[in-house]
Write a protein that binds this ligand. Structure first.
Ligand SMILES: NC(=O)c1ccc[n+]([C@@H]2O[C@H](COP(=O)([O-])OP(=O)(O)OC[C@H]3O[C@@H](n4cnc5c(N)ncnc54)[C@H](O)[C@@H]3O)[C@@H](O)[C@H]2O)c1
Length: 256
């Protein structure tokens, strides 16, 4: 268990799913945690702050709140997000694209901006991307594109904040058993992605939180600008690809 004693962390989207698992881990590791969400939540050991992270002033406000509550901020987890999947180009509207980018991209961009101004030197900013921000997925017009932007913002943030001693990284989960996925009745994503994933199953939220925990720790001091897939291997490639060897291979040897 990586020790986070004396560290102050702000975790957005901390009321549910991956964010909640991060909050629980960080509290156990000794951090002071400001749990930020638009939905009210009570988690033992964490201080709750209500905010909508799509608004720049609320992003700044949550960091200032953590500073006034705990005296400093060391770790910012930009995790809150919405997942409007299943939208093809035909169904795409300006409102859907705009709201997805406000929640998923503005939150991260302004988190990096204000985190860069308010975090201590040695600080950590860790963003939540998605495997569908790394590879093409049908009907991900708004969502997948927003997550591709998160991966790129991570790189730009890492370059710019390096001079302040702040690292910026991204964790890209595969499909995770959180309410965003399990609350959809008969969600076909569950069986499809389980089958397509080399490890043959979806992730538990704490398996994703473990990567955040490592990146937030002192042991990750030389990692910045990285995107770490925690996806059971789904971005490594297909897990089924039926092929027949050509006739040139005889007894395990290649014959020209
Ligand atoms: N579950 C998955 O399969 C999966 C896979 C890849 C990436 N992700 C990403 O992980 C992150 C967390 O997702 P999750 O599955 O835990 O979802 P979730 O719905 O369980 O939790 C998301 C939390 O974010 C909060 N939130 C949403 N919009 C907000 C806003 N504007 N301001 C403040 N809080 C807001 C919600 O209230 C909720 O508590 C998201 O960025 C999501 O896109 C999830």
């Amino acid at each position: 268990m990586f020790d986070l004693t004396n560290k102050v962390a702000v975790v957005t989207g901390g009321a549910s799913g991956i964010g909640l698992a991060v909050v629980e881990r960080f509290v156990k590791a000794g951090a002071c945690v400001l749990l930020v969400d638009r939905n009210i939540a009570k988690i033992e050991g964490a201080v709750f702050h209500q905010a909508d992270v799509s608004a720049e002033d609320e992003v700044r406000g949550m960091l200032e709140q953590a500073k006034s509550e705990f005296g400093r901020v060391d770790i910012l987890i930009n995790n809150a997000g919405i997942q409007p999947l299943g939208v093809s180009f035909n169904e795409l509207t300006p409102q859907l694209l705009q709201r997805t980018f406000e929640v998923n991209v503005h939150s991260v961009a302004f988190g990096i901006k204000h985190g860069g101004q308010l975090l201590e030197s040695g600080g950590r900013i860790i963003n939540t991307g998605s495997f569908v921000g790394m590879i093409g997925s049908p009907s991900g017009t708004a969502y997948s594109t927003s997550k591709a932007a998160v991966i790129h913002l991570t790189k730009l943030g890492a370059i710019e904040l390096a001079a302040k001693g702040i690292t910026v990284n991204c964790v890209c989960p595969g499909t995770v058993l959180t309410p965003a996925v399990t609350d959809i009745p008969n969600n076909p994503e569950i069986s499809f992605v389980s089958k397509a994933t080399p490890l043959g199953r979806l992730a538990w939220p704490d398996e994703i939180a473990a990567a955040f925990h490592f990146l937030a720790s002192d042991d990750a001091s030389y990692i910045t600008g990285a995107n770490i897939p925690v996806d059971g291997g789904i971005t490594a490639g297909w897990n089924e690809y039926p092929l027949t060897s050509p006739n040139n291979i005889v007894g395990g040897h290649w014959h020209d």
